[in-house]
Design a protein around this ligand. Structure first.
Ligand code: ATP
Ligand code: MG
Length: 391
Protein backbone atom coordinates (compact mmCIF):
# COMPACT_ATOMS: atom_id res chain seq x y z
CA UNK A 1 0.00 0.00 0.00
CA UNK A 2 1.04 3.58 -0.71
CA UNK A 3 0.18 6.70 1.20
CA UNK A 4 -0.72 10.07 -0.33
CA UNK A 5 -0.94 13.09 1.89
CA UNK A 6 -3.26 15.90 0.84
CA UNK A 7 -2.62 19.42 2.10
CA UNK A 8 -5.69 21.63 2.03
CA UNK A 9 -5.74 24.87 0.08
CA UNK A 10 -7.33 28.18 1.04
CA UNK A 11 -10.01 26.49 3.07
CA UNK A 12 -7.78 26.31 6.13
CA UNK A 13 -8.33 30.03 6.61
CA UNK A 14 -12.12 29.75 6.79
CA UNK A 15 -12.51 28.66 10.39
CA UNK A 16 -16.25 28.34 10.88
CA UNK A 17 -16.82 26.51 7.60
CA UNK A 18 -13.83 24.28 7.90
CA UNK A 19 -15.70 21.10 8.73
CA UNK A 20 -18.07 21.49 5.83
CA UNK A 21 -15.17 22.24 3.46
CA UNK A 22 -13.28 19.15 4.51
CA UNK A 23 -16.36 16.93 4.27
CA UNK A 24 -17.11 18.17 0.78
CA UNK A 25 -13.50 17.87 -0.34
CA UNK A 26 -13.35 14.27 0.79
CA UNK A 27 -16.66 13.53 -0.94
CA UNK A 28 -15.36 15.10 -4.15
CA UNK A 29 -12.17 13.03 -3.88
CA UNK A 30 -14.17 9.85 -3.29
CA UNK A 31 -16.25 10.67 -6.34
CA UNK A 32 -13.31 11.24 -8.66
CA UNK A 33 -11.51 8.11 -7.41
CA UNK A 34 -14.59 5.90 -7.51
CA UNK A 35 -12.97 3.40 -9.87
CA UNK A 36 -9.98 2.79 -7.61
CA UNK A 37 -9.39 0.86 -4.45
CA UNK A 38 -8.49 3.35 -1.68
CA UNK A 39 -9.14 4.53 1.86
CA UNK A 40 -9.39 8.12 3.09
CA UNK A 41 -8.55 9.36 6.57
CA UNK A 42 -8.98 13.03 7.37
CA UNK A 43 -8.32 15.44 10.17
CA UNK A 44 -8.46 19.21 10.62
CA UNK A 45 -5.18 19.90 8.85
CA UNK A 46 -4.83 17.21 6.22
CA UNK A 47 -6.09 14.10 4.57
CA UNK A 48 -4.39 10.78 3.88
CA UNK A 49 -5.26 8.46 1.03
CA UNK A 50 -4.08 4.89 1.17
CA UNK A 51 -4.00 3.21 -2.23
CA UNK A 52 -2.39 0.43 -4.20
CA UNK A 53 1.04 1.11 -5.66
CA UNK A 54 -0.08 0.28 -9.23
CA UNK A 55 -2.71 3.08 -9.12
CA UNK A 56 -0.43 5.71 -7.65
CA UNK A 57 0.32 7.73 -10.78
CA UNK A 58 -3.28 7.61 -12.11
CA UNK A 59 -4.65 8.69 -8.73
CA UNK A 60 -2.13 11.50 -8.49
CA UNK A 61 -3.26 12.77 -11.90
CA UNK A 62 -6.92 12.67 -10.87
CA UNK A 63 -6.20 14.54 -7.65
CA UNK A 64 -4.70 17.36 -9.67
CA UNK A 65 -8.25 18.06 -10.95
CA UNK A 66 -9.76 18.50 -7.50
CA UNK A 67 -10.34 22.06 -6.29
CA UNK A 68 -9.48 22.67 -2.64
CA UNK A 69 -6.19 20.78 -2.74
CA UNK A 70 -3.05 22.79 -2.13
CA UNK A 71 -0.59 19.95 -2.61
CA UNK A 72 -0.33 16.23 -3.14
CA UNK A 73 2.52 14.44 -1.42
CA UNK A 74 3.52 10.83 -1.89
CA UNK A 75 4.91 9.78 1.45
CA UNK A 76 6.25 6.90 3.50
CA UNK A 77 4.97 6.21 6.96
CA UNK A 78 6.91 4.53 9.77
CA UNK A 79 6.55 4.35 13.54
CA UNK A 80 8.00 7.12 15.70
CA UNK A 81 11.14 5.09 16.21
CA UNK A 82 14.58 6.53 15.50
CA UNK A 83 16.02 3.38 13.90
CA UNK A 84 12.98 2.82 11.72
CA UNK A 85 13.14 6.39 10.47
CA UNK A 86 16.86 6.15 9.72
CA UNK A 87 16.41 2.90 7.83
CA UNK A 88 13.51 4.22 5.79
CA UNK A 89 15.38 7.37 4.77
CA UNK A 90 18.37 5.34 3.59
CA UNK A 91 16.11 2.92 1.73
CA UNK A 92 14.05 5.48 -0.16
CA UNK A 93 17.11 7.50 -1.18
CA UNK A 94 18.43 4.50 -3.10
CA UNK A 95 16.50 5.38 -6.25
CA UNK A 96 17.22 9.10 -6.09
CA UNK A 97 20.02 10.92 -7.90
CA UNK A 98 21.32 13.93 -6.01
CA UNK A 99 24.57 15.70 -5.21
CA UNK A 100 23.34 17.87 -2.37
CA UNK A 101 20.54 17.60 0.17
CA UNK A 102 19.04 19.00 3.33
CA UNK A 103 16.77 17.57 6.01
CA UNK A 104 13.75 19.41 7.43
CA UNK A 105 12.09 17.97 10.50
CA UNK A 106 8.77 19.03 12.02
CA UNK A 107 8.08 17.54 15.42
CA UNK A 108 4.37 17.82 16.16
CA UNK A 109 4.57 14.99 18.69
CA UNK A 110 6.47 16.62 21.54
CA UNK A 111 6.76 13.29 23.36
CA UNK A 112 9.35 12.32 20.75
CA UNK A 113 12.65 12.68 22.59
CA UNK A 114 14.76 14.62 20.07
CA UNK A 115 13.93 18.15 18.92
CA UNK A 116 13.55 19.07 15.25
CA UNK A 117 16.94 20.71 14.73
CA UNK A 118 18.86 17.90 16.40
CA UNK A 119 16.87 15.28 14.56
CA UNK A 120 17.59 16.89 11.18
CA UNK A 121 21.28 16.86 12.06
CA UNK A 122 21.10 13.24 13.13
CA UNK A 123 19.40 12.10 9.90
CA UNK A 124 21.77 14.32 7.88
CA UNK A 125 24.68 12.42 9.43
CA UNK A 126 23.10 9.09 8.45
CA UNK A 127 22.67 10.24 4.85
CA UNK A 128 26.27 11.49 4.65
CA UNK A 129 27.52 8.15 5.94
CA UNK A 130 25.57 6.13 3.38
CA UNK A 131 25.81 8.30 0.28
CA UNK A 132 28.47 10.34 -1.46
CA UNK A 133 26.76 13.71 -1.03
CA UNK A 134 26.98 17.12 0.61
CA UNK A 135 24.64 19.23 2.71
CA UNK A 136 23.37 22.43 1.08
CA UNK A 137 20.79 24.29 3.15
CA UNK A 138 20.18 27.01 0.55
CA UNK A 139 19.78 25.26 -2.77
CA UNK A 140 19.74 21.50 -2.27
CA UNK A 141 18.95 19.00 -5.04
CA UNK A 142 16.54 17.30 -2.68
CA UNK A 143 14.91 18.19 0.62
CA UNK A 144 14.08 15.27 2.86
CA UNK A 145 11.01 16.21 4.89
CA UNK A 146 10.27 14.36 8.09
CA UNK A 147 7.10 15.00 10.08
CA UNK A 148 6.87 13.34 13.46
CA UNK A 149 3.22 13.24 14.46
CA UNK A 150 1.24 11.33 17.07
CA UNK A 151 -0.01 8.83 14.52
CA UNK A 152 3.42 8.13 13.05
CA UNK A 153 6.35 9.62 11.15
CA UNK A 154 5.91 10.74 7.55
CA UNK A 155 8.87 10.97 5.21
CA UNK A 156 8.69 12.59 1.77
CA UNK A 157 10.57 14.58 -0.87
CA UNK A 158 8.44 16.21 -3.51
CA UNK A 159 5.18 18.07 -3.24
CA UNK A 160 3.02 18.08 -6.35
CA UNK A 161 1.10 21.32 -6.68
CA UNK A 162 -2.67 20.97 -6.46
CA UNK A 163 -4.99 23.36 -8.35
CA UNK A 164 -6.11 25.25 -5.25
CA UNK A 165 -9.50 26.94 -5.07
CA UNK A 166 -12.48 25.81 -2.97
CA UNK A 167 -14.13 22.38 -3.03
CA UNK A 168 -16.73 22.32 -5.80
CA UNK A 169 -20.25 22.75 -4.42
CA UNK A 170 -19.29 24.49 -1.19
CA UNK A 171 -21.00 27.63 -2.52
CA UNK A 172 -24.00 25.84 -4.02
CA UNK A 173 -24.89 25.93 -7.69
CA UNK A 174 -24.89 28.44 -10.53
CA UNK A 175 -26.43 28.20 -13.99
CA UNK A 176 -23.78 28.65 -16.69
CA UNK A 177 -24.89 29.98 -20.07
CA UNK A 178 -22.69 27.72 -22.15
CA UNK A 179 -22.13 28.46 -25.82
CA UNK A 180 -19.71 26.74 -28.14
CA UNK A 181 -17.29 29.68 -27.88
CA UNK A 182 -14.00 29.99 -26.05
CA UNK A 183 -15.17 32.19 -23.21
CA UNK A 184 -18.05 30.43 -21.50
CA UNK A 185 -16.27 27.10 -20.77
CA UNK A 186 -13.49 29.16 -19.17
CA UNK A 187 -16.10 31.09 -17.15
CA UNK A 188 -17.50 27.73 -16.00
CA UNK A 189 -14.09 26.45 -14.97
CA UNK A 190 -13.33 29.62 -12.99
CA UNK A 191 -16.65 29.35 -11.14
CA UNK A 192 -15.98 25.73 -10.24
CA UNK A 193 -12.63 26.89 -8.92
CA UNK A 194 -14.39 29.19 -6.44
CA UNK A 195 -16.54 26.32 -5.19
CA UNK A 196 -19.62 27.05 -7.31
CA UNK A 197 -20.92 23.87 -8.92
CA UNK A 198 -22.61 24.44 -12.27
CA UNK A 199 -25.39 23.27 -14.51
CA UNK A 200 -25.25 24.41 -18.13
CA UNK A 201 -27.87 26.06 -20.27
CA UNK A 202 -27.42 25.97 -24.04
CA UNK A 203 -29.70 27.79 -26.50
CA UNK A 204 -30.06 26.08 -29.86
CA UNK A 205 -32.02 27.13 -32.91
CA UNK A 206 -32.50 24.16 -35.21
CA UNK A 207 -32.51 24.03 -38.18
CA UNK A 208 -30.45 27.25 -38.23
CA UNK A 209 -27.96 25.64 -35.85
CA UNK A 210 -26.73 22.08 -36.36
CA UNK A 211 -26.52 18.91 -34.33
CA UNK A 212 -22.73 19.29 -34.51
CA UNK A 213 -23.00 22.67 -32.77
CA UNK A 214 -24.99 21.03 -29.99
CA UNK A 215 -22.61 18.08 -29.65
CA UNK A 216 -19.73 20.51 -29.47
CA UNK A 217 -21.33 22.25 -26.48
CA UNK A 218 -22.02 18.92 -24.77
CA UNK A 219 -18.40 17.93 -25.40
CA UNK A 220 -17.23 21.20 -23.80
CA UNK A 221 -19.43 20.46 -20.78
CA UNK A 222 -17.95 16.97 -20.63
CA UNK A 223 -14.42 18.41 -20.58
CA UNK A 224 -15.11 20.78 -17.68
CA UNK A 225 -17.07 18.04 -15.92
CA UNK A 226 -13.67 16.56 -15.04
CA UNK A 227 -13.58 19.24 -12.32
CA UNK A 228 -17.09 18.58 -11.04
CA UNK A 229 -18.63 15.22 -11.88
CA UNK A 230 -22.20 16.61 -11.49
CA UNK A 231 -22.63 18.74 -14.60
CA UNK A 232 -25.84 18.53 -16.61
CA UNK A 233 -26.61 20.31 -19.87
CA UNK A 234 -30.05 21.79 -20.43
CA UNK A 235 -30.81 22.43 -24.09
CA UNK A 236 -33.25 25.28 -24.79
CA UNK A 237 -35.23 25.10 -28.05
CA UNK A 238 -34.82 28.75 -28.97
CA UNK A 239 -35.93 28.71 -32.63
CA UNK A 240 -39.43 30.08 -32.20
CA UNK A 241 -38.37 32.99 -30.03
CA UNK A 242 -35.46 33.79 -32.28
CA UNK A 243 -37.67 33.76 -35.37
CA UNK A 244 -40.22 35.99 -33.62
CA UNK A 245 -37.42 38.45 -32.84
CA UNK A 246 -36.22 38.57 -36.44
CA UNK A 247 -39.78 39.06 -37.66
CA UNK A 248 -40.72 41.85 -35.23
CA UNK A 249 -37.62 43.73 -34.15
CA UNK A 250 -35.50 46.36 -35.94
CA UNK A 251 -32.35 44.71 -37.17
CA UNK A 252 -29.90 46.80 -35.12
CA UNK A 253 -31.70 45.67 -31.92
CA UNK A 254 -32.10 41.94 -32.63
CA UNK A 255 -29.02 40.88 -30.67
CA UNK A 256 -29.93 43.06 -27.69
CA UNK A 257 -33.47 41.66 -27.57
CA UNK A 258 -32.26 38.12 -28.15
CA UNK A 259 -29.92 38.41 -25.21
CA UNK A 260 -32.66 39.89 -23.03
CA UNK A 261 -34.75 36.82 -23.86
CA UNK A 262 -31.84 34.51 -23.02
CA UNK A 263 -31.42 36.22 -19.66
CA UNK A 264 -35.16 35.95 -18.93
CA UNK A 265 -35.17 32.23 -19.69
CA UNK A 266 -31.95 31.59 -17.75
CA UNK A 267 -33.23 33.53 -14.72
CA UNK A 268 -36.55 31.70 -14.68
CA UNK A 269 -34.98 28.30 -15.22
CA UNK A 270 -32.36 28.90 -12.52
CA UNK A 271 -35.16 28.95 -9.94
CA UNK A 272 -36.42 25.57 -11.12
CA UNK A 273 -32.88 24.15 -10.95
CA UNK A 274 -32.12 25.79 -7.58
CA UNK A 275 -29.19 27.74 -8.99
CA UNK A 276 -28.37 30.88 -7.00
CA UNK A 277 -26.67 32.85 -9.75
CA UNK A 278 -26.22 33.02 -13.50
CA UNK A 279 -22.73 32.71 -14.97
CA UNK A 280 -21.68 33.64 -18.48
CA UNK A 281 -18.62 34.30 -20.61
CA UNK A 282 -19.20 37.97 -21.30
CA UNK A 283 -16.06 40.07 -21.44
CA UNK A 284 -16.28 43.85 -21.29
CA UNK A 285 -16.13 45.42 -24.71
CA UNK A 286 -15.59 42.18 -26.66
CA UNK A 287 -18.63 42.63 -28.93
CA UNK A 288 -21.53 45.09 -29.32
CA UNK A 289 -23.67 43.28 -26.75
CA UNK A 290 -20.88 43.45 -24.18
CA UNK A 291 -20.32 47.19 -23.91
CA UNK A 292 -21.26 48.46 -20.45
CA UNK A 293 -24.28 50.24 -21.98
CA UNK A 294 -25.45 46.98 -23.54
CA UNK A 295 -24.84 45.03 -20.35
CA UNK A 296 -26.95 47.49 -18.36
CA UNK A 297 -29.91 47.19 -20.73
CA UNK A 298 -29.63 43.41 -21.13
CA UNK A 299 -29.14 42.72 -17.42
CA UNK A 300 -32.17 44.91 -16.68
CA UNK A 301 -34.60 42.00 -17.24
CA UNK A 302 -33.55 40.21 -14.05
CA UNK A 303 -32.37 40.83 -10.52
CA UNK A 304 -30.61 37.49 -10.10
CA UNK A 305 -26.85 38.09 -9.69
CA UNK A 306 -24.93 37.49 -12.90
CA UNK A 307 -21.29 36.51 -12.45
CA UNK A 308 -18.95 37.11 -15.37
CA UNK A 309 -15.66 35.44 -14.46
CA UNK A 310 -13.84 36.56 -17.62
CA UNK A 311 -15.29 40.08 -17.70
CA UNK A 312 -11.93 41.72 -17.14
CA UNK A 313 -9.61 39.32 -18.94
CA UNK A 314 -8.08 39.95 -22.35
CA UNK A 315 -8.96 37.44 -25.06
CA UNK A 316 -5.36 36.15 -24.94
CA UNK A 317 -5.64 35.49 -21.24
CA UNK A 318 -8.93 33.65 -21.77
CA UNK A 319 -7.36 31.56 -24.55
CA UNK A 320 -4.43 30.63 -22.29
CA UNK A 321 -6.84 29.25 -19.69
CA UNK A 322 -8.89 27.46 -22.38
CA UNK A 323 -5.70 25.74 -23.60
CA UNK A 324 -4.70 24.80 -20.07
CA UNK A 325 -8.06 23.19 -19.27
CA UNK A 326 -8.35 21.49 -22.66
CA UNK A 327 -11.43 23.23 -24.07
CA UNK A 328 -9.70 25.40 -26.70
CA UNK A 329 -9.39 22.81 -29.47
CA UNK A 330 -13.09 21.98 -29.23
CA UNK A 331 -14.16 25.64 -28.92
CA UNK A 332 -12.53 26.60 -32.21
CA UNK A 333 -14.39 23.95 -34.24
CA UNK A 334 -16.35 25.97 -36.79
CA UNK A 335 -20.07 25.42 -36.07
CA UNK A 336 -22.69 28.14 -36.05
CA UNK A 337 -24.10 29.31 -32.75
CA UNK A 338 -27.50 30.98 -32.42
CA UNK A 339 -25.63 34.20 -31.62
CA UNK A 340 -23.69 34.06 -34.86
CA UNK A 341 -26.53 33.38 -37.27
CA UNK A 342 -28.12 36.42 -38.93
CA UNK A 343 -25.86 38.91 -37.16
CA UNK A 344 -26.93 42.41 -38.22
CA UNK A 345 -24.42 44.61 -39.97
CA UNK A 346 -24.66 47.35 -37.35
CA UNK A 347 -25.72 46.01 -33.96
CA UNK A 348 -26.47 48.80 -31.49
CA UNK A 349 -23.71 49.39 -28.91
CA UNK A 350 -25.63 51.77 -26.64
CA UNK A 351 -29.20 50.45 -26.67
CA UNK A 352 -32.09 52.38 -25.19
CA UNK A 353 -34.19 50.61 -22.56
CA UNK A 354 -37.55 52.16 -23.51
CA UNK A 355 -36.96 51.22 -27.11
CA UNK A 356 -36.29 47.59 -26.07
CA UNK A 357 -39.54 47.52 -24.13
CA UNK A 358 -41.43 48.93 -27.11
CA UNK A 359 -39.90 46.38 -29.50
CA UNK A 360 -40.69 43.52 -27.15
CA UNK A 361 -44.34 44.59 -26.88
CA UNK A 362 -44.76 43.62 -30.54
CA UNK A 363 -45.02 39.89 -29.72
CA UNK A 364 -46.17 37.74 -26.81
CA UNK A 365 -42.77 36.80 -25.50
CA UNK A 366 -44.00 35.74 -22.03
CA UNK A 367 -46.06 32.98 -23.59
CA UNK A 368 -43.18 31.88 -25.83
CA UNK A 369 -40.75 31.84 -22.91
CA UNK A 370 -42.97 29.56 -20.80
CA UNK A 371 -43.53 27.24 -23.72
CA UNK A 372 -39.79 27.13 -24.43
CA UNK A 373 -38.91 26.34 -20.82
CA UNK A 374 -41.39 23.47 -20.83
CA UNK A 375 -39.55 21.94 -23.76
CA UNK A 376 -36.03 22.10 -22.36
CA UNK A 377 -34.19 18.80 -22.83
CA UNK A 378 -31.73 17.78 -20.12
CA UNK A 379 -28.61 15.75 -20.76
CA UNK A 380 -27.00 13.96 -17.84
CA UNK A 381 -24.37 11.28 -17.67
CA UNK A 382 -21.83 13.22 -19.69
CA UNK A 383 -19.21 10.59 -18.93
CA UNK A 384 -21.13 7.78 -20.58
CA UNK A 385 -21.99 9.40 -23.86
CA UNK A 386 -19.20 10.07 -26.27
CA UNK A 387 -20.40 13.18 -28.06
CA UNK A 388 -17.00 13.91 -29.53
CA UNK A 389 -17.44 10.88 -31.83
CA UNK A 390 -20.26 12.60 -33.66
CA UNK A 391 -18.54 15.94 -33.99
P1 ATP B 1 -16.57 33.63 -28.08
O1 ATP B 1 -16.49 35.10 -27.99
O2 ATP B 1 -15.30 32.94 -27.91
O3 ATP B 1 -17.40 33.12 -29.23
P2 ATP B 1 -18.81 33.37 -26.50
O4 ATP B 1 -19.62 32.40 -27.28
O5 ATP B 1 -18.71 33.16 -25.07
O6 ATP B 1 -17.34 33.23 -26.80
P3 ATP B 1 -20.70 35.55 -27.21
O7 ATP B 1 -21.33 34.86 -28.35
O8 ATP B 1 -20.44 36.98 -27.32
O9 ATP B 1 -19.28 34.91 -26.84
O10 ATP B 1 -21.66 35.34 -25.94
C1 ATP B 1 -21.44 35.89 -24.69
C2 ATP B 1 -21.93 34.91 -23.63
O11 ATP B 1 -23.33 34.65 -23.76
C3 ATP B 1 -21.30 33.54 -23.79
O12 ATP B 1 -20.05 33.51 -23.16
C4 ATP B 1 -22.31 32.66 -23.13
O13 ATP B 1 -22.17 32.69 -21.72
C5 ATP B 1 -23.62 33.30 -23.52
N1 ATP B 1 -24.12 32.66 -24.76
C6 ATP B 1 -23.97 33.06 -26.03
N2 ATP B 1 -24.56 32.20 -26.89
C7 ATP B 1 -25.12 31.24 -26.14
C8 ATP B 1 -25.86 30.05 -26.41
N3 ATP B 1 -26.17 29.68 -27.65
N4 ATP B 1 -26.26 29.30 -25.38
C9 ATP B 1 -25.95 29.64 -24.11
N5 ATP B 1 -25.25 30.73 -23.79
C10 ATP B 1 -24.84 31.53 -24.78
MG1 MG C 1 -19.92 32.86 -29.22
Amino acid sequence: MKLILIKYGELTTKKQNRKQFIELLSRNIENILKNFNFKIKKDRVRMYIECEEKDLSEITKKLQLVFGIHSIVICHKVNNNIDEIKEKVVEILKNKRFNTFKVETKRADKTFSINSMDFSALIGGVVLKNYNTKVDVHNPDITIKIEIRHEGTFIYFDEIKGIGGYPVGVQGKGLLMLSGGIDSPVAGYLSLKRGVDIECLYFESPPHTSIEAKNKVIELARIINAYSGNIKVHVVPFTEIQEAIYKNVDSDYVITIMRRMMYRIAAKYSKIRKCKILINGESIGQVASQTLDSMVVINNVTSIPVIRPVACLDKIEIIDIAKKIGTYETSILPFEDCCTIFVPRHPVINPNLSKCIELESRFDFEFLIDKTIENIETITNLEKEKYSDIL
